[in-house]
Design a binder for this molecule. Structure first.
Ligand code: ADP
Length: 289
């Protein structure tokens, strides 16, 4: 299954992708995670992306597309994938279309996670990540989850929570503005292609997962992969085809007996009678003579 999860920052794309990944055994491809990893390891790409990320702007299309091209060509993406945080504008969506066409792996569905603005802000400002294992918690929406959780699987000690640098108030406002301006138009882009499903993504994580599963349940699996190769209905053998389609002989003559043909013959016969019965030479006949 090849899907895109669309939604504003804080709409739960990451959380739901993780759950879907475990259920479907397909990779989650998050451009945000890939970019953060590039920043963390200090690569050239990371250096170029960092400033835009810190300011809540989109990273240059070419950088993100390069990452996606490379990632989608990896063997584990052949069985399907969940794109989380990509595409984020029309140019990216069009490039993705072209790339997936070349790979002969068209999308099966695009799911839009709808969450109200105040709830988005509440979720983002409460989001914390364990600096060691990367597990995400939310101190405002699910405070109990942290208290009840197992110790960090990397250190064995309690989780060391940090706030993502771009989860501060000023950056969040800019990210939401960029989402409205650049990413929201993708809803119509995918609706027009018949791929869009919208789910209400507020409430408990389990409830949202259930809605997502229901939305994906209706998607015919794997059909998109062969859409380009679907065979047309086989043609009937020549002998059983309509007279029009069968060349030569009786059938050919029958095919000529259309209403238009018959009307033309009647008109020609009437003209002949008016001329006194002599058949007028056809232009072809005259030319031959
Ligand atoms: P969120 O969805 O909460 O904003 P992400 O982890 O998806 O968080 O993205 C974090 C940041 O990474 C974005 O604000 C943006 O700067 C950058 N980014 C992620 N995906 C893209 C993308 N497809 N195109 C451009 N920039 C991106």
């Amino acid at each position: 299954m090849r899907i895109v999860l669309l939604g504003a920052p804080g709409s739960g794309k990451g959380t739901q992708s993780q759950r879907l990944m475990q259920r479907e055994h397909i990779p989650q491809i998050s451009t945000g995670d890939l970019l953060r990893a590039a920043v963390a390891c200090g690569s050239a790409l990371g250096h170029k992306a960092k400033q835009a990320m810190d300011e809540g702007r989109l990273v240059e299309d070419e950088l993100v597309l390069g990452m996606i091209r490379e990632r989608l060509r990896k063997p584990d993406a052949r069985r399907g994938f969940i794109l989380d945080g990509f595409p984020r504008n029309l140019a990216q969506a069009q490039s993705l279309d072209r790339l997936l066409k070349t790979l002969r792996q068209p999308l099966d569905a695009v799911v839009q996670l709808e969450v109200d603005y105040p709830e988005l802000v509440r979720r983002i400002s409460g989001r914390r990540t364990c600096a060691d294992c990367g597990r995400v918690f939310n101190v405002s929406t699910s405070p109990a989850q942290l208290k009840e959780s197992e110790p960090c699987q990397c250190t064995g000690a309690p989780h060391r929570l940090i706030q993502r640098p771009d989860d501060n108030e000023a950056t969040v406002v800019e990210r939401l503005r960029v989402y409205e301006e650049k990413t929201r138009p993708l809803i119509e882009f995918y609706r027009a292609r018949g791929l869009l499903r919208v789910i209400h993504a507020e409430g408990g994580v389990e409830d949202v997962t259930e809605r997502l599963e229901q939305a994906l349940h209706a998607v015919p699996r794997g059909t998109a992969a062969v859409r380009g190769r679907v065979r047309r209905k086989p043609r009937r053998p020549a002998a059983r085809r309509s007279p029009k389609a069968a060349p030569g002989s009786k059938a050919k003559r029958a095919a000529r007996t259309t209403r238009v043909g018959a009307a033309a013959r009647v008109t020609r016969a009437a003209a002949r009678r008016a001329r006194g019965g002599r058949r007028r030479a056809s232009p072809r006949g005259r030319a031959r003579r």
